[in-house]
Design a protein around this ligand. Structure first.
Ligand code: GRF
Length: 223
């Protein structure tokens, strides 16, 4: 039976698009059944509608408290009967009740190599810290913000000429590979938790490198 994936977004929705396209192209035993945004103006909503996906807006500003929003979101999610909820650029911190309800069935993409740079403005902070590699993390969500068992990470070198935007662009390209890879593994039952760490059952490498090492080596051979 096909697994039902619900995607939560707040903005552009490029990770949502990558996910929907991978599910179709790779014939996953799963499909995206709906998209919920906490921002009415999220551009990703239009893309979802153009794909015939049911969309819903739950504007957090219309709720008196974080708890009230969380509960409304939980009920809205349940209406889609999801087997998996993916946070794809969803910019609200979710409360414990929501997280406990979907424990083990909630995946987030975060634009840093966790546990470094949790929270916002990750690329700016990475540049300020002078780190030489940046990247992104796909992880199961637990109550601690931007923590939880890591499914896979993408490593992106920081270049001397990088700005916050150029680094964000390259990390985003990596995210578009990373998130579908992680979610694809989950829906195929290829992941297991061992002592709080996520292992791929068949030993697949849970790291992606950008630029791809194979490509770099091929280019070097031409020099
Ligand atoms: C991504 O960088 C994601 O990691 C972060 O917000 C961005 C969302 O981009 N949390 P998009 O909406 O998927 O295009």
């Amino acid at each position: 039976m096909s697994m039902r994936i619900l995607v939560l977004i707040s903005g552009r929705g490029s990770n949502l698009a990558a996910l929907v396209e991978a599910a179709r192209a790779q014939a996953w035993p799963a499909q995206v059944v709906g998209v919920i945004s906490n921002r009415p103006q999220a551009v990703g909503l239009q893309w979802a509608q153009s794909q015939g996906l049911p969309t819903q807006v739950l504007d957090h500003q219309h709720f008196a408290s974080r708890e009230a929003f969380d509960e409304a979101l939980r009920l809205a999610c349940l209406a889609h009967r999801p087997d998996l909820v993916v946070l794809a650029g969803f910019m609200r911190v979710l409360g414990d009740a929501f997280l406990q309800h979907f424990e083990g069935r909630l995946i987030n993409i975060h634009p840093s190599l966790l546990p470094a740079f949790t929270g916002l403005r990750t690329h700016q902070r990475a540049l300020q810290a002078g780190v030489k590699v940046a990247g992104a993390t796909a992880h199961y969500v637990t109550p601690a913000v931007d923590h939880g068992p890591v499914i896979a990470q993408a490593v992106v070198p920081v270049l001397a000429r990088d700005t916050e935007h150029s680094l964000a662009d390259r990390v985003l390209q990596a995210e578009h590979h990373l998130l579908p890879m992680a979610v694809g593994w989950h829906v195929r039952g290829e992941l297991q938790l061992q002592g709080g760490c996520v292992r791929h059952r068949h030993g697949a490498e849970q790291t992606l490198f950008f630029p791809d090492a194979g490509v770099t080596q091929a280019a070097a051979a031409l020099d």
